[in-house]
Design a protein. Structure first.
Length: 534
């Protein structure tokens, strides 16, 4: 019995000695470099300094975010001319306690505010829809029984042009209000999703953290820098722009910005920040197998594939290990100048990526069917090395903010027309000179609606201004509907921007003069048929 106790005690001593020999050395690291991808992930590089002894050692990096992607961890060691080999890399999840109550409470309060704002935006959409329905009901008055006599009287006929103008303006205002409220509702929905995601990630961060054990073997003692690389979820960035126009010189400055936010559970302090425009892809590159065809053979009854070709794809699929790739030459990466700090609380941080000067060709654009006003535009070509990704744009004219919008993806060499608010010195007036409804045909009777418009464009500037008037006519989906354009002055372009039925008149408008353009259409349908809006 005594012999067994001595053996057991000796075993404990050996185990303790082994444990002490292989005790992990804590390694303090700091985030040095971050690349944020547009799919909600970031690649993080952390560095730490340590002193290695000859032989084997184990380092422990603790208190890393729970959102670290386990299979993405990589380690490298720089120790001058001393040979150091990395052995095992073990990623562990460590439960923790003590929730960050203040941050959680702030997120919950923000969620409540956003949801209340979204409900108010939804109410504004419904209000605008009700107004539009009312206005459209006014437009249908002439079609109602008995309306003809009341509207063709002398007094009523005199008021009809004014009423028609009011209906058109009311419809425009209601549609504009609906558009703005719908856009606001969608923006709030995106913010709610982001806040909810941050709250979820905060909950995950409370439950556990990540620690990494690294086994090393050094040829001799040396001072070393250990670099830890991994991907982490919970980081996002969005391209933003400022377009600034100087009307005197015609120069346009495009300022490229990025709004970065992250809720990874760790602050990024004074890091080198890069922003990738293309997300890494997961999985093998697709291949095509031979597609055999044969006469049909009796087959056992089985469940139908969910989509066309699903069975073929399942047969061709081959097991493969996930791979992550990013193409250097074809993947523009913005590297932000200087050191950048981004808090881990999901609060956005805006950084400037660069600015470009471009020559802008000024002109006005008039779309009278959408409002009797002229928009000042600047045509410019992007001359950068790579394509610009889409994003919101704030517009400034001569230093004053004139509105916001969205810039679509912009390719090198492509010319764009950017709007810079309304031009108060260019007047637009449109009125109907013909608005008739009737019936024609002896045997095959048809309902006919004819609308002709006179559009007056007056340039109050002290110099000539180039401009473009755009006008649309109905386009029939059914061959029984006939539409004939009425253009006393032939348009310069048709199917503008690949939009069928949209025409453009491009002119130079002399200073102080009024140019008149007339346009319209004639629409006819078989008797008894009704086209909404006519």
């Amino acid at each position: 019995m005594r012999h067994r106790l001595l053996s057991f005690a000796a075993g404990l001593g050996l185990a303790a000695a082994g444990s002490a020999a292989w005790a992990a050395t804590p390694l303090e690291t700091a985030v040095r470099e971050v690349t944020v991808y547009p799919d909600g992930q970031a690649r993080v590089v952390r560095d730490g300094e340590t002193s290695l002894t000859a032989g084997s050692a184990e380092l422990l990096v603790a208190d890393l975010p729970a959102a670290v992607v386990r299979d993405s961890v990589g380690v490298s060691v720089a120790a001058g001319d001393v040979g150091v080999r990395v052995g095992s890399v073990e990623v562990e999840r460590q439960p923790v306690s003590g929730p960050p109550r203040a941050r959680e409470q702030a997120l919950r309060e923000r969620l409540e505010t956003l949801e209340a704002d979204q409900a108010a935006a939804a109410d504004r959409v419904e209000t605008a829809r009700t107004q539009l329905t009312f206005v459209e009901g006014l437009a249908d008055l002439p079609k109602r029984e008995g309306a003809g006599e009341s509207l063709t009287g002398k007094e009523a006929a005199a008021r009809w042009p004014d009423l028609w103008q009011r209906i058109g303006e009311g419809s425009r205002q209601a549609r504009e209000a609906m558009r703005q409220a719908s856009a606001r509702k969608q923006a709030l929905e995106d913010e709610i999703k982001a806040a909810q995601k941050a709250l979820d990630q905060l909950g995950q961060g409370r439950r556990e953290r990540t620690r990494i054990r690294v086994g090393l073997e050094a040829d001799r003692a040396a001072a070393a820098t250990v670099s830890l690389r991994y991907r982490v979820r919970g980081a996002h960035w969005q391209q933003r722009y400022e377009a600034r126009l100087d009307t005197d010189s015609g120069r346009m400055t495009l300022v490229r910005k990025a709004r970065v936010r992250q809720a990874t559970g760790t602050d990024w302090r004074d890091v080198r920040l890069a922003l990738a425009t293309v997300a890494p892809v997961s999985g093998p590159m697709p291949e095509l197998a031979t597609w055999w065809v044969d006469f049909g053979q009796p087959q056992p009854v089985r469940a139908k594939a969910a989509t066309l070709g699903a069975a073929d794809r399942a047969a061709e699929a081959e097991p493969a290990a996930p791979s992550w790739t990013a193409h250097g030459e074809f993947t523009p990466v913005y590297r932000v100048a200087g050191a950048v700090s981004v808090p881990g609380s999901n609060q956005p941080r805006t950084v400037v990526l660069g600015r470009s000067e471009m020559d802008g060709r000024l002109a006005v654009r008039v779309v009278p069917q959408r409002g009797e006003r002229a928009w000042l535009t600047a045509a410019a070509a992007w001359d950068g090395a790579g394509a610009l990704p889409p994003g919101p744009v704030d517009r400034y004219r001569d230093g004053a903010f004139v509105g916001e919008g969205r810039l679509a993806a912009w390719s090198p060499g492509e010319e764009r027309h950017l709007a810079f608010g309304l031009d108060p010195r260019f007047e637009v007036a449109m009125r109907a000179v013909t608005d008739e409804a009737g019936r024609e045909g002896l045997i095959s009777k048809r309902e006919v609606r004819t609308r002709h418009f006179r559009i007056e464009l007056t340039n109050r500037h002290a110099r000539a201004v180039d401009g473009s008037l755009r006008f649309r006519i109905p386009v029939a989906r059914d061959e029984a509907i006939e539409v004939a354009p009425w253009f006393p002055q032939a348009p310069d372009r048709e199917d503008v921007d690949a939009r069928k039925g949209v025409y453009a008149w491009d002119r130079s408008f002399p200073a102080g003069e009024t140019v008149v353009i007339q346009a319209g259409y004639r629409l006819s349908v078989p008797a008894g048929k009704r086209v909404p809006g006519f």
